[in-house]
Structures are given as C-alpha cells and as structure tokens.
Design a protein around this ligand. Structure first.
Ligand SMILES: *[C@@H]1O[C@H](CO)[C@@H](O)[C@H](O)[C@H]1NC(C)=O
Ligand SMILES: *[C@@H]1O[C@H](CO)[C@@H](O)[C@H](O)[C@H]1NC(C)=O
Ligand SMILES: *[C@@H]1O[C@H](CO)[C@@H](O)[C@H](O)[C@H]1NC(C)=O
Length: 385
C-alpha cells in the first residue's frame, strides 16, 4: 500500500499551513528565501517519542527548518477493547487501533481532539461484525482506512461519504454482498483503491446510474478470492486495476468487461472451477496493458479470437496454463505485445527478425518470440519458441 508517503505528504502540507508562524515572504529578500528553501530540502526528518496515553506509543516526526512542523503516529494496538475512545495528540496523523478485540465502532469511539485531522486509521485484526453508518463521519481528513481481518458481514451505504479516502482495506472479512455505492467518498475526484480480497462476495450491486450520488472514484479494485461466478457489472467506474484472482468465474465471453475501457491491468489468476475463455471475451478492453492468466491449468480457450481487441496489451502471463505453446499468430492479434511469461521461469519477448535487405516495400518484418529460461540462461543459450 502506498499509504505512508501520500498520507505524510499531505498532512505535512496541511500542518505547515496551519501551524507555521506566518513568514513575511514579501519583505524577505529573495536570496534568503532561496537559502531557506535549500535548507528545508536538505534537512532530513527527525523521529522522537513523546508522552502518550498509557499503553500507547507516540512517535513524532518533525520536518523542516527548526522542526517547524511535526506529526505524530500513535500506536495503541494490542491493548484490548477498553482502550477506546483513546485521547490522542492534536497533530496525530496516524492511529493504530489494530488487534484490540473491538466489536463495535461508532462515532463516539472515534471522537475527540485530534480525530478530525486523522489521515490514517488502522482497525485491522479486531472483531468488528458491523460498523455504524456514521462511525467515520467526523474523520474529515481520513485518507487511509484499514478494516482488514475483521468479521464484517455488511457495509452501510454511506459510511465513507464524509472522508476523502484514497485507500480502504476490507480484505479478510465475511462480506457477501457489497454495493459499489458504499464507496462514495468525499473524494473530489481523487482515486480510490479498494481491497475486498478474501471475502465471501457473490454479488456486487452496481451503482444506480439514476441516483443523485456521484460515481465512486474507484481506480483499483481487488476482488480476489471471493465467490463471484461472473465478472460483476463495474461499468462507468474509472477502473484501471482489477483483480478477480481465485474466483469461480465460469465463462468469460463478449460483454464481460463492458464499460471498462480505461482498464490497464487485469488479473485472472488461479480461477476456481472450470473457467472458459470465449472468443472476443476481452474485446471491450482496448486499453489493457497487462493481463495475468497464470495458475489456470484447467482453463479452456477457444482459439486466437479470445485475444481479439487487445490492441494495447504489452504483457501476458500464461504460466501454469495449458495455453502454451502459443501459435505465433497471437503476435499478430496482439500488436503491442512485448513479453509473455510461459512458466515461472520462462519469459518470452517479442523480437523482430529482419529479413533480407533492402526490405521490399509492403513486406512486413518477421516477428517471433524469443524465450529465455531464467534458471538456465546463464548456462544455456536462449530458445526460440
Ligand atoms: C490489506 O490488508 C491485508 C491484510 O492485512 C494485506 O495483506 C494487504 O496487502 C492489504 N492491501 C493493500 C492494498 O494494502
Ligand atoms: C458506541 O459504541 C460503544 C461500545 O463500543 C457503546 O458503549 C456506545 O453506547 C455507542 N454509542 C452510540 C452513540 O451508539
Ligand atoms: C489483491 O489481493 C491479493 C490477496 O490479498 C494479493 O495477493 C494481491 O497482490 C492483490 N492485488 C492487488 C493488485 O493489489
């Protein structure tokens, strides 16, 4: 997760605006200002601990010249359910409440000075079976929320609408049916990454197009290891990354990925059951760059038309499938293809073998796959597949 840097960056910025004494920039000579800036850039950040609520650890990171702004990470993990609501310092950026056997969170558990400006909250490894719809309503700057490893069976409809979330981790819960609308955030257009892996999801309820609610800004969605028998309707989401690994998907045919023209990465590894790739199943994905079909020894496929329409595909992972050896006609279907993994250790790259010179006008260069076994590459020469 990219949680750390992003969170830190924006909080630091916010704090610098609110906490720094106003520097009278207009009266300061430019060389001095430049020197200040260089000093600021040259300074590392310092870490210290500070007094904290009993049992918790408070770690302060200071930034800038004369430690002009600071933020605190508060770790209250593994202390037990009595710890909430815990008072936290005003400049707390990240609060860890993981592994506390918490059964319930509501707005009174997450309230007090310091909570309003919290950017990261870790509630993983608790015993949460439900969350109150208003639990996070006061966390107006929350960007990263970890609810993984709980017993959540449902998500209230508007849980995240008050927060500018960019990362929500709901993996390892007991969710069965999830509404896409539940991920409506106070995002103002920023991308949202949602991890729903390792749940029991058999249905994803599409966002109603007619409703007044804005479309959730989900850019990556991890639905791996759930109970989906078909690709859910995700149309109109600004999705770029989608993982459906480990689901019992049946037939992937035309229309399966309708409305996902912006998708660049798709992972369909280790599908359960007897998955089948039908012709033109990927034709709605003209922007797809990376496709992972690895770990599917029982995958049935119906010829080269399966890969029709994948005009931007650069990387294809076919390791541990029965789709190799591949006919080289695939290279013509996939004009942008750069590399194919055919097994854990064997990777093939597209090469252009020049014909006789000068090349006759109209003749196309011969393309081929050049495969290298990474285990043996040191000892043996490469093979041409
Ligand atoms: C979500 O949490 C799980 C379990 O704690 C972790 O393995 C996974 O990497 C997290 N997902 C993201 C996107 O960080
Ligand atoms: C919030 O949850 C706590 C238990 O964690 C409970 O004691 C309290 O009554 C709840 N407050 C509201 C407003 O529901
Ligand atoms: C999705 O989740 C699985 C299992 O938690 C993990 O292995 C995988 O890396 C995740 N994929 C992405 C794209 O985050």
């Amino acid at each position: 997760m990219t949680e750390g840097s992003g969170v830190r960056g924006s909080v630091a910025l916010r704090n610098s605006w609110s906490r720094q004494r106003p520097v009278s920039a207009p009266t300061m000579p430019w060389p001095l200002l430049l020197l200040l800036l260089l000093l600021l850039l040259a300074m590392g950040r310092a870490q210290t601990t500070r007094p904290c609520f009993p049992g918790c650890q408070c770690e302060v990171e200071t930034f800038g010249l004369f430690d002009s702004f600071s933020l605190t990470r508060v770790d209250c993990s593994g202390l037990g359910p009595h710890i909430v609501p815990v008072p936290i310092p005003l400049d707390t950026a990240h609060l860890d409440l993981s592994s506390n056997r918490l059964e319930m969170v509501n707005e009174s558990v997450l309230a007090g000075p310091g909570y309003t400006t919290l950017a990261g909250l870790d509630l993983s490894h608790n015993l949460l079976t439900s969350i109150s719809p208003t639990a996070f309503s006061r966390l107006r700057y929350l960007e990263s929320l970890d609810l993984s490893h709980n017993g959540l069976t449902a998500l209230p409809a508007e849980s995240f609408t008050s927060s500018p979330l960019s990362d929500v981790n709901l993996s390892h819960n007991w969710l069965q049916e999830v509404s896409v609308s539940a991920f409506t955030t106070h995002s103002q257009g920023r991308a949202l990454h949602v991890d729903l892996s390792h749940n029991l999801i058999h249905r994803l309820v599409p966002h109603p197009r007619s409703a007044g609610l804005p479309m959730p800004t989900i850019q990556s969605l991890n639905l791996s290891w759930n109970r989906l028998h078909a690709v859910p309707d995700l149309r109109d989401l600004p999705l770029r990354y989608l993982s459906l690994d480990g689901n019992p998907l049946a037939v992937l045919g035309p229309g399966a990925f309708a409305g996902l023209a912006g998708l660049t990465h798709l992972s369909l590894a280790s599908l359960q059951g007897l998955p089948e790739l039908a012709p033109y199943g990927f034709r709605e994905l003209p922007g797809l760059q990376v496709l992972d079909l690895s770990g599917n020894p029982k995958l049935n496929w119906a010829g080269a038309e399966v890969f029709s329409g994948l005009g931007s595909l650069q990387e294809l992972d076919l390791s541990d499938t029965n789709l190799v050896p591949l006919p080289e006609v695939l290279l013509l279907r996939l004009p942008a293809l750069q590399s194919i993994s055919v097994s854990q250790d064997v990777r093939c790259r597209r090469v252009v073998r020049e014909g006789v010179y000068p090349r006759r006008p109209g003749s196309s260069p011969k393309v081929a796959l050049h495969c290298v076994d990474t285990r043996e590459s040191a000892a043996k020469g490469p093979n041409i597949l």
